[in-house]
Design a protein around this ligand. Structure first.
Ligand code: AMP
Ligand code: ZN
Length: 448
């Protein structure tokens, strides 16, 4: 079984070969914990959870290390804590716990390690010292800056021209920068902001820039070079480009990660869902209306590299599909996912194809494999059943009224007044109450 993954760096689908099959290593950029995560943030979490499950299936549960960091030092965090009048620690703890609950409700396994930036300041400082010593970084006005011209192949991930990169990075051209593209590795903290003793001989206390956090945490937990690095497409530039620059220059290595994977955006009305655009829906609110598994299936209905248009219709369809899978799956699960489903996933995580294959398993021959496949994806049948029980559509009439109309209809039928019995049936149908006649009598249900 051959896994193929699309690599953003080489712009091609390549056969996946781990550095060490006994320890397949994946790093995915995690949340900045200042507020509830929105449903767009859930996309990379769900996509890379499916990849994590697939890798565990292929290499063994104990042979995959999945690191997803928590960015708990950031200007947005400082600002929000001040706004809410709580400590930074309180804000980041609260937000992280909410995130953990949200993604667990979405059926995602916890990663192997969830390192926090604030617990890796020493590693960041070590990297910064190495970069300064190697002339890849310099000190200016209590900042440490990465010198972009010091790296010959800077820009190889983004493959953009210098002009495009400058526009994309939206770097403020601070007077202390030698080159406008140079980016911050370390900066001074104002009074009241989180701070640590600075590296590189700087006297003033300071704090790390965002990009160095991921270079430090991936190094600590996965080594100088690892297998897969993932995140949303917006992270290609400048975040991942800068991670590559920092890591490769600090270790004099050519490769930070062998496969770079990026999910497309979740969109609303053709625009990226984001906090800055204000068009976001938080995961918490979606989970108040829908079971996590339905959200998960709706998310996997599009290939991870394509954009998804987030709609209620998509959720309704996912609920119907999931319900039909549970109706068809036998209780006796084959623990292995169906081969056809695996084959779809082995082709660069083709989840829409995998879901189509699951529909094909609803016949007698596929029922056992369907159960195992649902388990492989992390779907939980009890969750949907419990949701359906509380969200069963309510009839528009009191039940006693429905019963009395059924009795009237039965009387009309007995008197062979079919015009009247049909009229009663149609009247109820118009109110969403569907009658079903059988030899045991008439039952009713609310139309979905
Ligand atoms: P952030 O907290 O903004 O750093 O984002 C955390 C993760 O969510 C990153 O991997 C982003 O690329 C990803 N992300 C943010 N917005 C979206 C979106 N609308 N669709 C898909 N992924 C997103
Ligand atoms: Zn990162």
């Amino acid at each position: 079984m051959e896994l193929k993954l699309y690599d953003t760096l080489t712009r091609e689908k390549r056969v996946f070969a781990p550095i060490d099959p006994n320890n397949v290593r994946m790093y995915v950029c995690g949340p900045t914990v200042y507020d509830f995560a929105h449903i767009g943030n859930a996309r990379p979490v769900i996509v890379f959870d499916v990849l994590f499950r697939l890798l565990r299936q292929l290499y063994g549960t104990e042979h995959v290390t999945y690191v997803r960091n928590v960015t708990d030092v950031d200007d947005k965090i400082n600002a929000r804590a001040a706004e809410r009048g709580i400590s930074i620690r309180e804000l980041t703890e609260q937000t992280y716990n909410n995130f953990k609950d949200d993604v667990a409700a979405l059926g995602c396994l916890p990663p192997t390690v969830e390192p926090r930036a604030t617990e890796h300041i020493e590693e960041m400082k070590t990297l910064i010292e190495r970069l300064v010593a190697g002339n890849h970084a310099y000190v200016a006005e209590d900042h440490v800056l990465f010198s972009v011209p010091s790296m010959a192949d800077y820009g190889k991930l983004a493959r953009r021209s210098l002009d495009e990169m400058m526009a994309g990075a939206r770097v403020d051209v601070a007077p202390y920068k030698r080159d406008p593209m140079d980016f911050v590795l370390w900066k001074p903290s104002k009074p009241g902001e989180p701070s640590w003793p600075s590296p590189a001989g700087i006297k003033a206390p300071g704090r790390p820039g965002w990009h160095i956090e991921c270079s430090a945490m991936s190094w600590k937990h996965l080594g100088e070079t690892f297998d897969i690095h993932g995140g949303g497409i917006d992270l290609v530039f400048p975040h991942h480009e800068n991670e590559i620059a920092q890591t490769c220059c600090a270790f004099h290595s050519k490769v930070m990660a062998n496969y770079w994977m990026h999910n497309g955006f979740l969109q609303v009305e053709g625009e990226k869902m984001s906090k800055s655009l204000g068009n976001f829906v938080i995961i918490r609110d979606v989970l108040a209306d829908w079971p996590g598994d339905v959200v998960r299936l709706a998310m996997l209905g599009s290939h991870y590299r394509q954009p998804i248009n987030w709609t209620v219709k998509g959720l309704e369809e996912a609920e119907k599909a999931l319900s039909s899978f549970y109706d068809a799956a036998s209780a006796e699960a084959d623990p292995r996912p169906a081969q056809a489903v695996l084959d779809a996933l082995l082709d660069d995580l083709n989840t829409p194809k995998a879901i189509a294959e699951m529909h094909g398993l609803k016949n007698a021959a596929g029922r056992k494999a369907l159960a195992g496949t649902l388990g492989f994806f992390g779907f939980r049948p009890d969750e949907l059943k419990a949701w359906q029980a509380t969200h069963a559509p309510q009839p528009a009439l009191p039940e006693a009224e429905i019963e009395s109309r059924i009795a009237a209809r039965n009387a009309a039928r007995k008197a062979r007044n079919f015009a009247e019995s049909d009229r009663i049936r149609d009247e109820l149908a118009a109110l969403g109450v569907v009658l079903k006649d059988s030899k045991d009598g008439t039952t009713w249900e609310v139309a979905r």
